[in-house]
Design a binder for this molecule. Structure first.
Ligand code: G3H
Length: 474
């Protein structure tokens, strides 16, 4: 069993009292972490980050970059171990866990590249660029201060580092809170930051329940910025509590895939399967509802059923495609949505099988907009299929969701595709591909309950810095 200390105020700290992190595959304890009194822990971490900011913000970018590259090297050296922790605490397949580690290391490189680009090119406004006489304004970006990063369980390494890398390279200090399941990797990451030699207080990890730790973190006056990924319930609560603190929130989604009458159905089916069932649908960008034109419904559904039946179901360490959900409670929620839809007339076209929190992938047809399954985010392996006749009504239903993260449109007609994309209320619309955050250099945002602010490599840097102008006068 794993037992990790956490990095707070420059030291790896442990305690006799422990927090247990469950292994969703075995329903046994995967590891433990130190349990501290929440108020004292948060206070120590924020005080340390606040103090460290004074020196860290004036270190040379080269120093900060070298340290980030050092920790990235440690991540790469430990990639097998880190991936095994993901397998253990979030039941992500070993293959996808390794991909997450490597993708994140590339993300760090790209963040450094973008930082150099942004910092190397401050905005200069002078007589040559504008009609202002006798003034030269140089506008560069400076850090904000202490950044609080709150990461979710589904990408506990990637979405943590997607916050930490831009924050740190830009000269901010950080206090981060991993999701409860995701805390083992979060703690291990903090140890590697320590090993890389980050100065005291620059990186601090706090663990504990969201309720106890989260509120204390987001309400504290020493916090300069909050970057959160998780549910809309928690995200909106943070927005309420963090009065005036700049926020970037990535929350839920109910990403639709619209399959039009002229779509390449084989392509659409492959993308829907990948988009709907990767990591068991536990992705904010997962395809969570399919709108199919009635003329191609039967053919699409036939293809989808064939493909669902080929998905392997089993253990993350065996690289099964479908693995146990994060908890039995999560599986109960999915089950409830599907059962209710079936009671109201929907039909599950695939085998409905469940062993505790391991759920076989479900394709649920004849879903209507009267059913919760058409609106709620299951965060599980279920794709509801809604048939449409009139594209205008279909788009109305797409936009009636409280979410607006991403969407997919499948058609061979690019003019129509763009027209529909322009009507959809979402951060990004993907033509002939499933929704997805990557490539990571793309801006990533959501509308309505899906998010606030923009992420993605460049935009994260922008959100964690502010413009500083120096104006020279003749
Ligand atoms: O779960 C939320 C993630 O931002 C989705 O990322 O599209 O790379 O799976 P992804």
């Amino acid at each position: 069993m794993l037992n990790f200390s956490i990095l707070v105020d420059g030291a790896l700290v442990d305690s006799d009292e422990k927090i247990s992190v469950m292994n969703p595959t075995t329903n046994t304890v995967a590891g433990t972490l130190p349990l501290f009194e929440p108020k004292a822990l948060v206070d120590t971490a924020l005080a340390a980050a606040n103090e460290a900011y004074i020196d860290w913000k004036v270190t040379s970018p080269k120093e900060r970059i070298d340290l980030l590259l050092k920790v990235k090297e440690l991540f790469l050296q430990h990639q097998e171990e880190l991936a095994d922790i993901l397998v253990l605490e979030i039941a992500k397949s070993k293959k996808d866990s390794l991909t997450e580690i490597v993708r994140t290391c590339e993300y760090i490189d790209a963040t450094i590249e973008s930082y150099n680009e942004i910092m190397a090119n401050p905005l200069i406004i002078d007589e040559n660029t504008h009609h202002i006489k006798g003034k030269t304004g140089i506008f560069s970006r400076e850090p904000l201060g202490v950044v609080v990063a709150i990461a979710p369980f589904n990408y506990p390494f990637n979405l943590l580092m997607a916050k930490l890398a831009p924050a740190l390279v830009a000269g901010n200090t950080v206090v981060y809170k991993p999701a409860s399941q995701g805390s083992l990797i979060g703690a291990r990451v903090s140890q590697l930051f320590h090993e890389a030699g980050f100065p005291k207080g620059v990186v601090n990890c706090v663990v504990g329940s969201g309720r106890s730790i989260g509120d204390l973190l987001v309400e504290d006056g020493r916090v300069a910025m909050i970057s959160f990924t998780g549910s809309d319930t928690v995200g909106l609560r943070i927005a309420e509590k963090a009065k005036g603190i700049p926020l970037v929130l990535e929350m839920g989604g109910k990403d639709p895939a619209i399959v039009m009458e002229d779509a390449n159905l084989e392509l659409a089916a492959n993308e829907i399967i990948k988009g709907g069932f990767s990591y068991n649908g536990q992705r904010c960008t997962a395809i969570k509802r399919v709108f199919v034109h009635k003329s191609v419904h039967d053919e699409l559904v036939k293809l989808l059923v064939e493909k669902v039946q080929k998905l392997s179901v089993g253990l993350p360490q065996d690289n099964a495609f479908i693995t146990p959900l994060i908890s039995n409670k999560a599986a109960d929620f999915v089950q409830g949505l599907v059962d209710d839809a079936i009671a109201e007339g929907a039909v599950c076209l695939t085998e409905m099988k469940r062993e505790r929190n391991l759920m076989w992938p479900m394709l649920v047809d004849q879903v209507t907009v009267d059913m919760d399954l058409a609106w709620e985010e299951p965060f599980g392996p279920v794709i509801p299929v809604i048939t449409y006749d009139d594209l205008t009504i279909c788009v109305e239903n797409v936009n009636a969701s409280k979410y607006g993260l991403q969407a997919s449109v499948f058609t061979e007609d690019m003019v129509k595709a763009e027209e529909v994309a322009n009507l959809i209320e979402a951060g990004t619309v993907n033509i002939n591909r499933s929704s997805s955050r990557g490539p990571d250099i793309f801006p990533f945002s959501g509308v309505k309950n899906s998010g606030l602010g923009v992420q993605g490599i460049k935009d994260a840097l922008i959100s964690m810095t502010r413009v500083k102008g120096i104006v020279f006068n003749k």
